[in-house]
Design a protein around this ligand. Sequence first.
Ligand code: ASP
Length: 329
Amino acid sequence: MQRQILALLASLALASLAGAQDVAIAIHGGAGTIERSELSADEERQIRLTLETALRAGHQRLENGASALDAIEAAIVILEDSPFFNAGRGAVFTHRGANELDASIMDGATRNAGAVAGVSHIRNPILLARRVMDESPHVLLSGEGAEEFALDQGFELIPGRYFHTERRWEQLERARRQTTSSMPVPPAEFRFGTVGAVALDKNGNIAAGTSTGGMTNKRYGRIGDSPLIGAGTYADNDTCAVSSTGHGEYFIRAAVAHDIAAQMRYADRDLVTATRDVVHNRLLKLGGSGGVIAMDRAGNIALEHNTPGMYRGSIDTDGTVTTAIYGDE
Ligand code: ASP
């Protein structure tokens, strides 16, 4: 009897320890040629404020006991609603002057995943990706079919003009002027701005999500890495959660997000070593530029980019809030 009581007390202590699990969140708003000279003081202030708002929104949910999935969703929705980032409201334009958005989400506890590609009338594609994961037997839905699914799920289809921002339209016009080829590889300024988040919740589960407008002036239904599990997004409790941003074609070829997890699993590398190798070695050797955010179950965080800057931020397990834009921060 005494032994049973001791066992019960021990399990209660363990449960309360598990309940006391530290939480953490990290986000990005795209990597690229972000120089101090390109942002006005006011733009920089607003961007940092948006990053911090997104971080705090996700972190608050984690503190309240929400899942890592719910936290990254909350953070990404704020970034999607901001015109500063190439996702949701601030999505870039295609060659035809439309917006085709991609997003994906993955649960590290179950390795369930959901994604959408090429949707044009969804305010928050990350929410639709989550719905694909939770309410369909599929992983990736695209274009009109994805929007039909959205309607069936009670989502509102919004008019394309919601995504019209002057800054992105001017970018498209510049890109059109600068490129004569029908299949251009646009200069760096037209390629970046994707958003993403990774988080660790009180149950010790990690998750990752990514959302993007893709590449300015894209055509022929081009899809990048962001909606592809293993390239733009990956999460597995045994290794890490990863969200990528950068020149998508290279991230697909390097299977960036999965490669970081694979290095941890098969080569026994720690999070930071694996992330650095993929971003600064394997990806760079292919010619791919960009960055990733990654987190493991212990709440370790890696924010790595091989570009001059990356919009990024984190709240670590100690509750320390950090936001950064340039490479030297
Ligand atoms: N990776 C995205 C894409 O290629 C772009 C970005 O990260 O900004 O579609």
